[in-house]
Design a protein around this ligand. Structure first.
Ligand SMILES: NC(=O)c1ccc[n+]([C@@H]2O[C@H](COP(=O)([O-])OP(=O)(O)OC[C@H]3O[C@@H](n4cnc5c(N)ncnc54)[C@H](OP(=O)(O)O)[C@@H]3O)[C@@H](O)[C@H]2O)c1
Length: 279
């Protein structure tokens, strides 16, 4: 049997780490030609090599999603090089978990520009290209259960916005062969904690028997992430778990609407970890 996504082109933002990297690999494994976008060139290069070694098709795109021209440029590039665009995964995102009373304006701006405005630009660029080329496809927006949880801070506000954007687009695109789905992960072991207080991240890792410290950018080696996730699978999902949900959504017929998916590990994290806190 042929691969489910053979002959499709996909873009994944935030593919240089965590959930986005796993989504890029999973889509390529199903036969999609993938444009993996992110800011860290070395990480993207490693991902592309991995996909190619597994006989997949992938290209790196070093962009900052806060620049809408870069996003529409990437969509244009994908259409020019492959003749189509079918899947747009708006995944790039981050959290500064500060309380509102102590948080920094620049952090709020970065969260809204990345999680909301970058995602909006990705949605619009994909829709314009899909309509122009008459391509069928899916837009996948990576939200979070924080968009639903009460008191989830400014990060939660950005993800609530992502959910409203998806719900609105679903209605706007009712007459197009373009479906929109938002995926709301619970806790997933990735580099998401890069802007969290170091003592929280290191304490959590230590409780899992991991003594590795995050680098200057707050990132951890992938092997440490995988080891820690395996030890604490009831509390942290693996990025691959979210990628499988994405593959499910984008392999459905475009006449079927998958509105949203909540994908969480067995147990919730303690309140002391998920509540907004001062750095
Ligand atoms: N991990 C969780 O528990 C969890 C739960 C719910 C939702 N999510 C959501 O899942 C998504 C992925 O997060 P993750 O857990 O995989 O975290 P991650 O490992 O930190 O990955 C985040 C990705 O977003 C990229 N990114 C951030 N700002 C960007 C920008 N301005 N332009 C381009 N790329 C940018 C990063 O690129 P660089 O590394 O190159 O900077 C990285 O590839 C986010 O939207 C997050 O809100 C995560």
């Amino acid at each position: 049997m042929g691969k489910a996504l053979a002959g499709k082109t996909a873009i994944v933002t935030g593919a240089s780490s965590g959930i986005g990297g796993a989504i890029a690999k999973a889509l390529a494994a199903e036969g999609a030609e993938v444009y993996a976008a992110g800011r860290t060139e070395t990480a993207l290069k490693g991902l592309i090599d991995e996909i190619k070694t597994a006989d997949g098709k992938a290209h790196a795109a070093v962009i900052d999603v806060r620049d809408p021209v870069s996003i529409s440029g990437l969509v244009d590039r994908a259409v020019k090089e492959t003749g189509r665009i079918n899947i747009m995964v708006n995944n790039a995102g981050l959290s500064y978990p500060d309380t509102i009373a102590t948080g920094k304006f620049e952090h709020w701006r970065e969260m809204f520009e990345t999680n909301v405005l970058g995602l909006l630009a990705g949605c619009q660029a994909a829709i314009k290209a899909m309509r122009k080329g008459k391509f069928e496809g899916h837009i996948v927006n990576i939200s979070s259960i924080a968009g639903r949880r009460e008191g989830a801070g400014v990060y939660g506000a950005t993800k609530a916005a992502v959910n409203t954007i998806g719900d609105t687009l679903r209605q706007e695109l009712e007459n197009d062969p373009i479906r929109v789905v938002q995926i709301m992960p619970g806790a997933v072991m990735t580099n998401f904690g890069r802007n969290f207080p170091r003592q929280v991240v290191e304490g959590l890792l230590k409780s899992m028997g991991e003594n590795v410290a995050p680098d200057m950018e707050g990132k951890l080696p992938q092997e440490a992430i995988d080891r820690a996730q395996a030890k604490a699978a009831q509390m942290f999902a693996h990025a691959d778990d979210i990628a499988r949900a994405v593959v499910y959504a984008v392999t459905q017929p475009v006449t079927l609407n998958i509105y949203e998916m909540v994908v969480r590990p067995q147990r919730g994290l303690p309140d002391s970890v998920v509540r907004p806190q001062s750095a």
